[in-house]
Design a protein around this ligand. Structure first.
Ligand SMILES: *[C@@H]1O[C@H](CO)[C@@H](O)[C@H](O)[C@H]1NC(C)=O
Ligand SMILES: *[C@@H]1O[C@H](CO)[C@@H](O)[C@H](O)[C@H]1NC(C)=O
Ligand SMILES: *[C@@H]1O[C@H](CO)[C@@H](O)[C@H](O)[C@H]1NC(C)=O
Length: 370
């Protein structure tokens, strides 16, 4: 319970990879990782080897699974050529690392005896299926990393306790209805590198998800901004997709966004007013697109500080494109605007266009800086 409260507090600060750090904290708090890693690991491939006295669990018949290293409550079996989840994982395991193996499936009983599991790392295996009841006993699982596998969809019945789900670089084409059912604590979702198109996201795919604040769907096949993601997102990463235009209603739902990444798409048109739905935006990435002019609502964003517009097709910058006529509107000055790699002739830009930029190096126009 204490851990959960702690996680929730930190979660409010920032979402990005904090959970991982946090998990290390959690382990440190529990005196789990305070020992040095084993210097001589030749013992680990011998079955039935006891752990060092300092880390031997209370159970005198404790056995670490073959090819794994067991320290108190942490079982590491990465890079071990495993084709399935090892049997007889110690019952008090909180972290199970099975990265870089050849596991093809998570079977119904694979995780039955690890009720305290907090983090499960299955990155870079060959998993095509996860049994719908596989997670029935892991009621405390918070971190589930399934990146770089062959999963065709979001596994059904994932634990409701999850805080962070990484399922990037799989084969997911669709996010089915209520895919995250009951996961009301989920706040980080990494789904990049899947062949997912915008139309593959069912309208009610995220029903019941209440606290998701970070989504990354980079390097997918999105052709437009998904309109049915959870509404309380702080960070949305849609870079390296095939989005060609931004329409007025695209961001209507996401009024809390503070960081938006749309770089490396094919965006030509940004409809007037479409960004005005994002009053809290601090940072916007639009670089490496085909944008022809500075989006009209940029100047209305009071707190916007960083605008990435380099490598686009902007040929003219008007004196009020970035800074509103009425200076009171802008609450925070820009700390950075990048404009290099555009056809605009920088000597034709009026210096007053950047009157609401702080610092001498806030604008990058090309080979020289303002
Ligand atoms: C590692 O430990 C084994 C016994 O467990 C021993 O035979 C071997 O010489 C040790 N290797 C090194 C490099 O210390
Ligand atoms: C977009 O807004 C600008 C001024 O902000 C205006 O000049 C332009 O005509 C508008 N375009 C459309 C298509 O409404
Ligand atoms: C850039 O815009 C011009 C018209 O303003 C257009 O002729 C040209 O094809 C555009 N370039 C690209 C790469 O989209």
């Amino acid at each position: 319970m204490k851990t959960f409260v702690f996680l929730s507090i930190v979660a409010l600060c920032s979402a990005k990879s904090l959970l991982q750090n946090e998990f290390l904290h959690f382990l440190a708090e529990q005196d789990i990782m305070l020992q040095d890693p084993p210097q001589n690991t030749s013992h680990i491939i011998q079955p039935q080897q006891r752990s060092t006295p300092a880390s031997t669990p209370d159970d005198p018949f404790f056995i670490c699974p073959l090819k794994c290293v067991c320290q108190v409550r942490v079982v590491q079996c990465s890079d071990a050529d495993l084709q399935s989840v090892p049997a007889k994982i110690p019952k008090d395991t909180v972290m199970l690392d099975l990265q870089n193996n050849k596991i093809t499936e998570i079977k119904e009983s694979d995780l039955k005896n690890v009720p305290l599991l907090y983090a499960l790392f299955l990155i870079n295996n060959q998993i095509t299926k996860i049994h719908p009841k596989a997670f029935r006993s892991t009621k405390h699982l918070k971190l589930l990393y399934l990146s770089w596998n062959l999963l065709p969809q979001i596994p059904t019945n994932l634990p409701a306790s999850l805080l962070e789900l990484r399922i990037d670089d799989n084969k997911i084409k669709k996010i089915q209805k209520e895919a995250f059912k009951g996961m009301k604590f989920l706040h980080v979702l990494e789904m990049s590198g899947n062949p997912l198109d915008t139309t593959g996201i069912e309208p009610d795919a995220f029903d019941g998800v209440l606290r998701l604040i970070y989504i990354r769907i980079s390097q997918a096949k999105l052709t437009s901004v998904p309109k049915n993601l959870p509404s309380n997102l702080y960070e949305l990463y849609l870079d390296h997709n095939k989005i060609s235009s931004i329409e007025l209603e695209d961001f209507r739902r996401y009024k809390d966004l503070y960081r938006l990444d749309l770089s490396f798409n094919q965006i030509k048109d940004i409809e007037n007013g479409s960004l005005a739905y994002l009053p809290n935006l601090r940072q916007i990435h639009l670089e490496n697109n085909k944008v022809k002019k500075v989006p009209a609502s940029i100047k209305k964003l009071k707190y916007l500080q960083a605008v990435y517009l380099h490598n686009n097709n902007i040929s003219k910058i008007e004196v009020d494109d970035f800074c509103p006529k009425e200076s009171r509107i802008k609450k925070l000055y820009y700390s950075g605007i990048s404009l290099f790699g555009n056809p605009v002739k920088h000597w034709e830009i009026e210096p007053a266009s950047f009157r609401c930029v702080s610092g001498a190096h806030g604008v990058q126009l090309g080979n020289f800086r303002k």
